[in-house]
Write a protein that binds this ligand. Structure first.
Ligand code: GLN
Length: 510
């Protein structure tokens, strides 16, 4: 249990695979809701629980590389506050009070540096907390630290981080996915029982799938983006991650809700996702119609992934669901549309990082003009992928190209939303693969941006349409021995449906 990394047989042809999976006994193996119950019952303190996760980080993070910053002191102080409330016999401030969490380093925090995994923000301290951070603190959830990501959440493997590489706990030579690979790896290695991710094109669901954890992207606008560093504002969504569906739902209800500080935050009641997850735990799916997208899978999908998805549909059917094929012809154009819209918004959003307002300033030695200082700062501060996207987006938005690229992409976006709308006339949710393959080797796609982009084929359509989606572990691919996630997609503001189906599916696997 105290080993940094352990070996597991199987998987690679070359023999032993180095792993760093969560211990399967003791505090670190318990679901967050059980830890919370033990804390409230006085069986264990939040300090003991939080310290156990901090110890696990200390012993395993050299091998995993999930954290950019660990805030032990601050986490323990938050834990002590919960323990004092329990000792005083006060009502718990939330159902997760006292259970610690790993926060993607894309959210600003007053008590820890925020970098977005970029050199340009090295050492940056925010004067305020992101709204979700305020909510997490108010819920009595200690924050263990800030997790690694692809720079400004652009990437699919965490290899675009300016600071370090994160490894997949199931096989340390492989990627945990991206951009939320740090949070997902922390969950899979038992470093944290709860995590926060962000999803612009799949960055919550794809790492969840590759690490055998659960990750949910709520409906666009359901969770505040205030204090979440912008990637592409019309696509970005913050969401909860955990090792099981109920914990994910509990965290969802902590962070969701209207926020007047975020103009795109929607003013309507939070979906009852916890109730839905509890209902789903019965395993009964009778009367539920589940769509299977004709265009998902097939060529380019790893055989081992297809087999797991096939078995998943058979399981869902055996639990009473009706499986209906749905046709989404415009999904064929999703990749092109996403990379025009995403890069266009990036080119605008990242203009603020100019060395004048936030983080690093380079070249300010008296011999350069302000424009030159901005250019030097951005040249040195941004990594290659960020620069590639700023350049692409600037081009797509420029006079003469706007109609040909940006406008066309927006039209495709509408057609994709219409495909979903038609599908949801026939079904309650849609299910399918979250990723075309299991986790690839670190280094394998890093010089091939298009291959990296293609990896998100199944997750991107939802972001274009603003819909909620979740990845839940579905099994292990027989050809690689690595985890495969089942993606469950629901209509906008029907997040509870995906939780119910995912919880039922999870229960049905046991
Ligand atoms: N991999 C996609 C990209 O690079 C999605 C990233 C994300 O969801 N933040 O844009």
């Amino acid at each position: 249990m105290t080993e940094t990394a352990n070996s597991a047989a199987g998987g690679a042809a070359s023999g032993a695979v180095e792993t760093a999976l969560a211990p399967n006994e003791g505090l670190l193996s318990l679901p967050a809701h059980e830890l919370a119950a033990k804390i409230q019952a006085g069986e264990v303190t939040s300090r003991e629980v939080t310290q156990a996760f901090l110890d696990r980080i200390a012993e395993s993070d050299d091998a995993v590389g999930a954290f950019l910053h660990v805030g032990a002191e601050e986490a323990l102080a938050a834990a002590d506050a919960v323990d004092a409330q329990v000792a005083a016999g006060e009502e718990p401030v939330s159902p997760l009070a006292g259970v610690p969490l790993a926060l993607k380093d894309l959210f600003v925090t007053t008590d820890a540096p925020t970098t977005a995994a970029s050199k340009i923000l090295e050492g940056y301290m925010s004067p305020y907390d992101a709204t979700i951070v305020t909510k997490i603190r108010a819920a009595g959830i200690p924050i263990l630290g800030k997790t690694n990501l692809d720079e400004f959440a652009m990437g699919s493997s965490n290899e675009n981080s300016a600071y370090k590489v994160t490894h997949n706990p199931h096989d340390l030579s492989r990627t945990p996915g991206g951009s939320g690979g740090g949070t997902a790896a922390a969950l899979a290695s038992g470093q944290a029982p709860l995590g926060i991710g962000t999803d612009t094109g799949g960055s919550i669901r794809q790492p969840a799938s590759l690490t055998g954890t659960v990750g949910a992207k709520p409906t666009y606008g359901a969770v505040s983006r205030y204090g979440m560093i912008a990637n592409a504002s019309s696509l970005d969504q913050c969401g909860p991650c955990a090792n099981n569906v109920l914990d994910t739902a509990l965290l969802h209800e902590v962070i969701a809700g209207h926020d007047p500080f975020d103009a795109t935050s929607v003013d309507r009641p939070v979906s009852s996702v916890v109730e839905a997850a509890r209902e789903g735990a019965s395993g009964d799916l009778s009367g539920v119609r589940i769509g299977r997208v004709k265009q998902f899978g097939g060529e380019g999908t790893q055989a081992g992934v297809s087999d797991v998805i096939e078995a998943s549909f058979a399981q869902l059917e055996s639990q009473g669901a009706e499986i209906v094929e749905v046709d989404c012809p415009n999904f064929a154009h999703v990749m092109g549309a996403y990379y025009i819209i995403q890069t266009s918004e990036v080119s605008s959003n990242l203009a603020r990082f100019d060395g004048m307002r936030y983080g690093q300033r380079r070249g300010d030695d008296g011999s350069h003009s302000a424009e030159e200082v901005m250019a030097i700062t951005r040249g040195e501060g941004f990594g290659d992928e960020v620069k590639r996207r700023v350049i692409l987006g600037t081009y797509a938005l420029s006079v003469g190209y706007y109609d040909a690229y940006y406008l066309q992409a927006q039209r495709i976006r509408t057609l994709v939303a219409q495909d979903f709308a038609k599908a949801f006339e026939q079904v309650d949710v849609i299910a399918g693969p979250a990723t075309p393959t299991t986790a690839f080797k670190l280094g394998d796609k890093v010089d091939d941006p298009l291959a990296m982009y293609n990896f998100d084929l199944f997750t991107l359509p939802l972001n274009l349409a603003g819909l909620p989606g979740l990845s839940v572990p579905a099994g292990t691919a027989s050809d690689t021995g690595l985890p495969v996630g089942l993606q469950v997609i629901a209509p906008a503001f029907a997040d509870e449906r995906m939780y119910k189906v995912a919880a039922a599916f999870e229960a049905g696997r046991k």
